[in-house]
Design a protein around this ligand. Structure first.
Ligand code: HEM
Length: 115
C-alpha cells in the first residue's frame, strides 16, 4: 500500500518537474506556482519513502540516492530560472533516477523485480 503511495508521489513529482521546467523555459508566469507544488511533492516523496524504511542499514543508500534525485530536480529548476547551465544536473538526475529505481525494485517490499 505505502509502496503505491510512494510510486504515485514520485511519478506525479517527476511529471510536475517536467511541466515546471518547460514553463520556466518559456517564461510562463505560472511557473512559480508550479515550482511550489513540485516542492510539495518533494516532501511527499520523502515522507512516503520514509514510511517504507524498516531497517536503516538496508535502506540508507536508497534514501541517499532518492534525496540526490530530488536535489538534482531542484537544481535543474533553480538553474533554469537563473539561466545557468543545467547539463551537469540533468546527468545527475538521470543517473540517480535510474539507480534509485533499480534500488527500489531490488529491495524486498512492493514490486521486487531484481532479486
Ligand atoms: C524521486 C525520488 C525517488 C524515486 C524515483 C524512488 C523510487 C522508488 C521505487 C521504484 C521503489 C520500489 C517500489 C516498489 O517496490 O513497489 C521505491 C521504494 C522505496 N523507496 Fe523510493 N524513490 C525515491 C525517493 C525516495 C526517498 C527520498 C526515500 C527515503 C526517504 C525513499 C525510500 C524508499 C523505500 C524505503 C522504499 C522501499 C524499498 C523496498 O523495500 O521495496 N525513496 N522507491
Amino acid at each position: 500500500m505505502t509502496t503505491h503511495l510512494h510510486i504515485t508521489a514520485w511519478v506525479i513529482g517527476i511529471i510536475l518537474f517536467f511541466v515546471t521546467y518547460s514553463m520556466l523555459k518559456s517564461g510562463n508566469p505560472k511557473a512559480k506556482m508550479l515550482h511550489m507544488i513540485t516542492r510539495l511533492f518533494y516532501l511527499l516523496i520523502f515522507l512516503t519513502g520514509g514510511m517504507l524504511i524498516t531497517d536503516f542499514g538496508a535502506y540508507a543508500v536508497k534514501m541517499i540516492v532518492g534525496i540526490i534525485v530530488i536535489a538534482a530536480m531542484e537544481m535543474v529548476l533553480v538553474r533554469t530560472k537563473k539561466r545557468k547551465s543545467t547539463s551537469a544536473m540533468w546527468i545527475l538526475f538521470i543517473v540517480a533516477l535510474v539507480f534509485v529505481v533499480y534500488l527500489g525494485l531490488s529491495l524486498p517490499q512492493g514490486l521486487y523485480f531484481f532479486k
